[in-house]
Write a protein that binds this ligand. Structure first.
Ligand SMILES: [Zn+2]
Length: 349
C-alpha cells in the first residue's frame, strides 16, 4: 500500500533531462547517477529494493548495513530515518547514513557485477523505461573491484613476509612458517611503498593502521582481483582485516596455487575450504598434498560462480568454524555443491 502510493506519485518526466544531456560518447557519468538517484529520493530507492516503509513513510527497514529491523528495544520503529526532503537517511541502529545514491549503491550493488555499464543508449532506455531500473543498474556497475594494475602493482611492490619483522612475528605466533608462506606465494608484507588511495581505512593508510599482511583474492575465473590486508599489530586492533576502501569485496576467495589452477579449469583430486586468513595460511602451508586445492573464504566470499568451478565428483572438505558464521558458510557451500560433489565437514571443524 505505501509502495503503490509512492510509485503513483513518482514523476518520471524529471528523470530524462540529465542523461540525455550526457556526452553520447562518454556515457552516463557518476554525476548523472547521483542526480538521478536524488530525483527518485531515498524512499523510492528503498522501496524499489524491497525495504518496508512505515511511520508516515519516514522510516524504513531493515538496514542494509547492520540488518537491524528496529531502532532499538525501546523504539520499535524501522531503523532508517528519512529526512523531510527525502534526500538523506540515517540508521539509528548503526549510525550509517548518506544520500539517495549511497543507499542505492549499498542496496543494489550486491547483485551480479555488470560490464559495459556506461553504454549511453542503454542508460537512456533504462531511464525512459523506469528511472529506478537505471539507478539499480548503475549502482551495480559502480561497485567494482579495484583496477587490476593497481592491485598487481601493490602486490609486486610488497616484500616477502620473512623479510618483515612484525609480519614474521605474527605468522610465528600462529605457528606459521614465514619461509613456507613466501615459498607458496600466499602473502606479502607492505613496507613503505606508495599505496593506492583505496589502501586505507578511515583516512589512515594500511601502513599506518598496521594492516600490512597482504593476501590475494581471486575471482571465480582465478584472476587476482583484490587483496585482503590483515593487521600484524596488537591483537586489539579492529578490524582484523580490511579490504580496498570503496570497492567490492564479495565473491572473491583466497586460493593456493592448486586452488587457482582449479578455478582456471584444471582438475584436482580434492578441495579443502577453510575460513579466515590464519586457517587459510595454515592449510596452504601444512595440509597441502599434490592435487589438493585449498580455498579460503570470509563473509561474502562464496558464490554460485565459484561453486561452478569445482569439478564434478571432487570431494570437498569444509574446515569452517563451529559457530553461527561457520554453520552459515557450510550451509551455503553445501547448497551449491552437494548435488555434484561429496561434501564433508569434520565434527571438530
Ligand atoms: Zn544500520
Amino acid at each position: 500500500m505505501p509502495t503503490s502510493f509512492y510509485l503513483n506519485n513518482f514523476n518520471s518526466s524529471t528523470l530524462t533531462a540529465s542523461p540525455s544531456d550526457a556526452d553520447s560518447s562518454a556515457g552516463a557519468t557518476r554525476g548523472d547517477c547521483r542526480e538521478l538517484a536524488r530525483s527518485i529520493g531515498v524512499l523510492g530507492i528503498g522501496l524499489a529494493a524491497g525495504l518496508t516503509a512505515a511511520h508516515n513513510l519516514r522510516s524504513m527497514g531493515p538496514c542494509p548495513w547492520c540488518s537491524a529491523t528496529t531502532r532499538g528495544s525501546a523504539d520499535r520503529r524501522p531503523p532508517i530515518g528519512i529526512t523531510a526532503d527525502d534526500g538523506g537517511w540515517r540508521c539509528f541502529a548503526c549510525g550509517n547514513g548518506g544520500d539517495a545514491w549511497s543507499l542505492a549503491l549499498r542496496l543494489f550493488a550486491k547483485g551480479p557485477a555488470s560490464s559495459g555499464t556506461t553504454d549511453p543508449a542503454l542508460y537512456r532506455s533504462l531511464v525512459a523505461a523506469d528511472g529506478r531500473a537505471a539507478v539499480c543498474y548503475m549502482a551495480r556497475a559502480e561497485w567494482k573491484y579495484p583496477t587490476r594494475d593497481e592491485v598487481l602493482d601493490l602486490w609486486n611492490a610488497a616484500s616477502p613476509v620473512a623479510e618483515d619483522g612484525s609480519a614474521s612475528a605474527w605468522l610465528m605466533s600462529r605457528s606459521l612458517d614465514p619461509g613456507a608462506v613466501d615459498a607458496a606465494g600466499l602473502a606479502r608484507a607492505l613496507g613503505h611503498e606508495a599505496l593506492p588511495g583505496w589502501a586505507a581505512s578511515g583516512g589512515r593508510s594500511w601502513t599506518d593502521t598496521d594492516h600490512r599482511l597482504l593476501v590475494p583474492l581471486f575471482t571465480a575465473e582465478g584472476e587476482m582481483a583484490s587483496v585482503q590486508a590483515r593487521t600484524v599489530g596488537p591483537e586489539a586492533t579492529r578490524p582484523k582485516a580490511l579490504y580496498p576502501a570503496g570497492y567490492r569485496a564479495s565473491w572473491l576467495v583466497m586460493a593456493d596455487a592448486t586452488g587457482v589452477a582449479m578455478l582456471r579449469g584444471h582438475s584436482v583430486s580434492d578441495l579443502v575450504i577453510v575460513e579466515g586468513i590464519p586457517d587459510f595460511l595454515t592449510a596452504a602451508t601444512r595440509w597441502g598434498r599434490p592435487g589438493t586445492a585449498i580455498l579460503g573464504i570470509s563473509s561474502g566470499s562464496w558464490s554460485p560462480e565459484i561453486a561452478s568451478r569445482v569439478p564434478d565428483g571432487v570431494p570437498v572438505y569444509l574446515r569452517v568454524h563451529s559457530d553461527a558464521t561457520g554453520n552459515a558458510y557450510a550451509a551455503m557451500i553445501h547448497r551449491t555443491l552437494a548435488d555434484r560433489c561429496p561434501v564433508f565437514r569434520p565434527v571438530s571443524g
